[in-house]
Design a protein around this ligand. Structure first.
Ligand SMILES: Cc1cc2nc3c(=O)[nH]c(=O)nc-3n(C[C@H](O)[C@H](O)[C@H](O)COP(=O)(O)OP(=O)(O)OC[C@H]3O[C@@H](n4cnc5c(N)ncnc54)[C@H](O)[C@@H]3O)c2cc1C
Length: 464
């Protein structure tokens, strides 16, 4: 077995691994980036980006439903050419992948193609090569989970890994999972005219924890989507290739899209040889501010951590891991305010502390409904509910759960003011233009401010 000695070995050339590379290359050229399978990252190839293209097209087409009421005629003549839609999705996908490939090309001969496996804390095996590294960064990402009941058909069922390669879709599709990916892709397929059965186990959408927001979102989206929650469904493959789902009701579909979650890629990579404790999912204990595995010259970043499976967090973690891997001492970094957006329509977003994280904290809730909200009426998007949570004593904003129009933008504003530790009173002194959806957010913050201190809430400007 050939041996290669380097300062740093990065395992996985996804968003986490490539961010780590951007830090490592500043200090040393004695590194390698090991990647199994296709380059281009999950985000650009099969994740964030192609899914957003599909959603955009689906929403553009769905918009035709309000045309007649606005006096725009002829919408009934519009139709979808699925093959052309998917061609368009792949065209933009390829553009995003090309962007990533510049970085991969820059790494050049330091790229190693193959599956890495730990032999010791400082030693990896890739193909027939032994790689000895002073530091190792583990950024192996995650893989879609296929339920056991469909394991025999894993090559036929769709996942986010295969959906964007489809030329056309069958008439009727079951989408398993009402989390972020199931909801985004399920609604997009439905808006493109496919008969979608969305099947969830727990009565929850996109990880919402606030019962009122979650219930509202289920009722609101059920007006458009066929959503069933069942703990006990089972599935069988029929002779004609279709799938029969059984719960209280029985239904049959032509295709299945599995979106029940993603499994961190930790299996078969030899973590058990490192002599450290692994949790029930096989994830090693690590410090989320340094990204270091306890007591080892190993750092971890991205979806493989099983903590914050979103792009900007993978990127941050890669940078922390990369910087620490090439520094003399390990530094801790403050993490950003949590922010999770589901690009269904209306958007769902969770910011800062979730409702369930607030138990034990004295807090008040400010509320707004987007039914009747000025700009939402103009947009024909009069649907949504927002809860913003504030510390009872000070009014400091803590978190929010939202289903509503433009929640992707409202969630950003909220995450910024939460990270800046502003109170509801301070936020009310910031500008709000008219007429914008953000005025709805102001209504919720006003509601919160009144509950905390009605006198302080009564005037929203500071004296000079
Ligand atoms: C459909 C979908 C939509 C999404 N939408 C969004 C969104 O809108 N916004 C958002 O923030 N996030 C979104 N995400 C999540 C986001 O894409 C991920 O959090 C991010 O891409 C994770 O990056 P990563 O570096 O951890 O993993 P990856 O990009 O998957 O990289 C891991 C790499 O490691 C390689 N690898 C695995 N095992 C080994 C091994 N043993 N040896 C060598 N190489 C190995 C893999 O092949 C892969 O190339 C979405 C994800 C999906 C699937």
């Amino acid at each position: 077995m050939k041996t290669l000695s380097v300062d740093v070995a990065i395992v996985g050339a996804g968003s986490g691994g490539l961010s780590a590379y951007s830090m490592v290359k500043r200090k040393t050229d004695r590194f390698v980036v090991i990647n199994e399978g296709l380059h281009g990252t999950t985000c650009a190839r099969v994740g964030c980006m192609p899914s957003k293209v599909l959603i955009q097209v689906a929403n553009d087409y769905y918009r035709r439903k309000v045309f007649a009421s606005e006096g725009i005629l002829g919408a009934e003549a519009l139709s979808v050419d699925q093959a052309e839609v998917m061609k368009f999705v792949r065209k933009l996908r390829d553009r995003f992948v090309r962007g990533v490939m510049h970085t991969v090309d820059e790494i050049g001969e330091r790229n190693i193609s193959g599956r890495a496996e730990f032999l010791e804390p400082n030693v990896l095996k890739v193909n027939d090569q032994r790689i000895e590294a002073k530091k190792i960064i583990l950024a192996t990402g995650s893989t879609p989970i296929i339920p056991d009941s469909l394991a025999n058909h894993q090559n036929e069922v769709l996942t986010s890994d295969s959906i964007f390669e489809q030329e056309r879709f069958s008439k009727k599709i079951a989408v398993l999972g009402t989390g972020v990916i199931g909801l985004e892709l399920g609604q997009a397929l439905s808006r493109l005219g496919i008969e979608v059965k969305l099947l969830g186990r727990s009565k929850r959408l996109s990880g919402l924890q606030d019962p009122k927001i979650n219930d509202y979102a289920i009722i609101a989206l059920s007006k458009e989507l066929d959503i069933t929650f069942s703990e006990n469904w089972s599935v069988e493959r029929l002779k004609d290739g279709r799938y029969r789902f059984l719960d209280e009701k029985k239904f049959e579909v032509d295709q299945v899209l599995c979106a029940i979650g993603r499994r961190p890629n930790v299996y078969g990579i030899g973590l058990e040889k490192l002599g450290i404790a692994l949790d029930q999912d096989g994830i090693p204990k690590f410090n989320s501010e340094t990204m270091q595995l306890e007591g080892l010259p190993i750092f971890i970043a991205g979806d493989v951590t099983n903590e914050l499976p979103i792009l900007h967090e993978a990127s941050d973690e890669g940078k922390i891991a990369g910087l620490n891997a090439v520094s003399d001492s390990v530094e801790a970094f403050k993490r950003r305010t949590p922010l999770q957006i589901t690009f269904c329509d209306p958007n769902i977003a969770i910011v800062g502390k979730r409702f369930k994280d607030l138990s034990g904290t004295p807090f008040e809730t400010g509320e707004v409904t987007f039914e009747g909200q000025g700009r939402s009426i103009v947009k024909s998007k009069e649907m949504g509910l927002l809860h913003v949570y504030g510390e009872k004593r000070t009014g400091k904003l803590l978190g929010a759960e939202i289903m509503g129009p433009d929640a992707e933008h409202l969630a950003h504003l909220l995450s910024w003011v939460i990270q800046r530790e502003l109170s509801c009173f301070e936020v009310l002194r910031l500008p709000f233009y008219h007429p914008v959806v953000e005025e709805g957010l102001r209504t919720a913050i006003r509601d919160l401010a009144k509950k905390i201190d009605p006198v302080k809430a009564s005037f929203e400007m500071d004296p000079v």
